[in-house]
Design a protein. Structure first.
Length: 278
């Protein structure tokens, strides 16, 4: 083994020695969530430290389903997240394409406004958005209200603008010379080239919709139309909190997303890296 290989091996060992404890610290709360989901409702307040799972998980799931119809809520969350992700990726890609490849009056101002919206806290626009959707458009308790208002994503537009700006303009000019229409250039030339960035953006948007709690809580008041995070929140009552059911529901929401992220992390990292380098 050469000296360079030895140094590289030594740095790898040192890096793992540093990152492994940090990873364990990050994973410990998730493990405790799994442990609490297998305990009775008030097992979370046990004076002893419990680090191993118990056998109450199925009972907690049954209680959760009885109280909230959680399986139905998960189905609603999946439908909303998939629809939102598809539409938002399409719209942000179209906006990013226009900002990257077309010249028009006020283009710099549009980019500046989009950049400015990133700095706004969500609470600033929440109340005006609720008034507009619920009072003016009368769309409360509808799927349109759940999906359409959050569709515009400033970060996604800028991300896709950067991705399309990295592509050689000569490629699109050659397609125009061949008589290819603009929409076909976008769909069949630009989007396939941006596939890694699209995959990363889709993962981010899907997780954002999956974890969204405040907007679905405000705009949807019907028990049968609740998303899964909102359904979990209903377990917190004035005199009783179903801790076991909450932990079981949190596990059912978190573990599948962790598995999906681990399986797709290669596409996520490739998309972020490709979109960040010009």
């Amino acid at each position: 083994m050469t000296s360079r290989s030895q140094r590289r091996f030594g740095r790898s060992i040192l890096l793992h020695l540093v990152l492994t404890p940090l990873a364990l610290v990050w994973l410990f709360p998730l493990w405790m969530m799994v442990v609490f989901s297998t305990m009775p409702d008030y097992g979370i307040f046990s004076p002893s430290i419990e680090l191993l799972p118990h056998d109450n998980f199925l009972d907690n799931v049954n209680n959760l389903q009885r109280d909230t119809n959680f399986i139905g809520a998960i189905g609603i969350s999946v439908s909303v997240a998939v629809t939102y992700t598809f539409l938002s990726v399409l719209l942000t890609s179209m906006a990013g394409w226009a900002l990257a490849r077309y010249e028009f009056a006020g283009k710099g101002m549009v980019v500046a406004i989009i950049l400015g919206t990133i700095t706004l806290p969500y609470a600033v626009v929440l109340i005006p958005q609720f008034i507009m959707v619920a009072r003016d458009f009368q769309l409360a308790n509808t799927w349109i209200a759940l999906i359409v208002p959050p569709l515009f994503n400033s970060l996604g537009v800028l991300f896709m603008r950067q991705a399309f700006s990295m592509m050689p303009a000569e490629l699109f000019d050659a397609a125009r010379v061949e008589g290819v229409k603009e929409w076909r250039i976008f769909l069949f030339v630009a989007l396939p080239l941006a596939r890694p960035m699209l995959a990363a953006l889709a993962i981010i948007l899907f997780l954002a919709s999956w974890n969204n709690y405040l907007w679905p809580l405000l705009i949807n008041s019907q028990p049968g139309a609740m998303t899964a995070p909102v359904a979990l929140g209903t377990l917190i009552g004035l005199t009783k909190v179903s801790w076991g059911g909450m932990m079981a529901g949190a596990v059912m929401l978190t573990v599948p997303m962790l598995i999906v992220f681990v399986l797709l992390q290669r596409h996520f990292i490739a998309g972020i890296a490709a979109g960040a380098v010009k």
